[in-house]
Write a new protein. Sequence first.
Length: 117
Amino acid sequence: QVQLVESGGGLVQPGGSLRLSCAASGIIGTIYFMAWYRQAPGKQRELVAYIDTRQINYAHSVKGRFTISTGNAGNTVYLQMNSLEPEDTAVYYCNIKTNNRALNDYWGQGIQVTVSS
């Protein structure tokens, strides 16, 4: 059974930093896409950053402040968030897509990030 476990969220003051982690277990097949999304209250879920086989990309609102990376084993994805702003407050979700004869789409349970003084 595939599990994605997120950690690292919490409450931080504006200008502060947090590092989110998402560890995947039970993956069968090749991971070809790893991403972070977020959803603020009353808003649609939005893509924050992703890594696929060819590139890394960021939402305009986080470019230059957030960095997505993967662990050496390839089954962990991180999101380093610097210079946090109140507008970054949301539930953050990791997403992993795999190819094992069929395409599979897995989501973490979500983790709260609150930026407030």
